[in-house]
Design a protein around this ligand. Sequence first.
Ligand code: PA5
Length: 418
Amino acid sequence: MSVSLDLTKMNLFLNEEELDVRRKQAAAICRELLERDDKDQVLGWRTLETSAVQLDVMRQKAEEIRKDADVFVIVGVGGSNQAARAMIEALQDREGPEIVYLGNTLSPYYISHTLKRMEGKRVYIDVIAKNFETLEPGSHFRILRQWMKERYTKEEMAKRIIVTGTLGSRLEEIAKENGYLFLQFPIPVGGRYSAFTPVGLFPIMVAGLNADAFLDGVKSAMDDCRMNPVTNPATGYASARNLLYGKGYDIEMLVSFEPQYAYMAKWWVQLFGESEGKEKKGIYPAAAIYSEDLHSIGQYMQDGRRNLIETFVSVKNPKAEAVIEPDPEFGDRFDYLDGMDFDRINKAAEGATWEAHANGGVPCIRLGVEEISERTFGELYYYFMMACAVSGTLMGVNPFNQEGVEEYKRSMFAALGK
Ligand code: PA5
């Protein structure tokens, strides 16, 4: 296991006994989630058999795209693009096509500028939309098809368009009508739980990431949750944050000293925000990348209202080095850093922040990650999904629906004449 949970600072905020009791409750929920009949069709993410489908088809197509494309457009929003984007932004090698994101905004500026950037390039697109009713991916697919129609023959378009949707959706019919490759968005997997389905897997394959290592990581966390329901990081983390929530801590900051995790944090915000924020309940999820954000919200974290939980995602091995060489000629008064590697400097800043914030009244939780890699992304994603499902259940909400998001859509569709 490359992900570990550190609750040592919890003794300042929770007593051991209540944590033990909550861990047992969380473990019972974890077991139940793993074993119950999935009659609501929301638990497909708990096994790779239901989620990681069509691997060979995807591998073959991804190889073609890496060879023949200059630009690969991922069209999707929310759960339909965040997991893949987080991994690509963190790990993509610089060979292969440039990855571009559409279907995630309604900004005319962003759309027109992205299309301009694609001019003269060999383009492939993957349109990811569970039921193909969401405005952003639907409208961008329209624009992209028009754009491609002016540049490619029907046969070329069929080769260059891949769609990822549910069986029986309009997207599947469009794929059949036009000869596009159709990848499955498994029905019993919700958007924000779809990282290990073709939704997440195909884009990371196109980006040249190691999908097998990613799935190995997922599998290892799955086995851990199944075999160790009390001691795995997911139920421990869910228990601590749930107890803290009961004591009035209703904002959680996910923080990391690794900017490589910026989009992972965005993925996490969506997972927890959409899963828990309902029925006037929920911990508000926010994220920050330190040390930069210490210069904006560091003051508040140290000294503001005491309703914040801070979860550190701590990377042990950055797999990079940058040493400051001594040079007396510079006279910059930074000589105390002579000979130091930035890993040491970064870790010193992290350790100091952890101590100062905990002592200042912020319950600090740490998820230690050995290194940032496909494998640890797999573990982290699965642990967070399980933690979210357990935590939502402990809170008494359904972590798999998102009725609240429909509210603004009703007025928006009315305004657009749908
Ligand atoms: O987690 C979810 O279910 C949502 O965030 C969806 O992923 C998001 O709304 C996009 O939905 P769709 O794939 O149907 O376009």
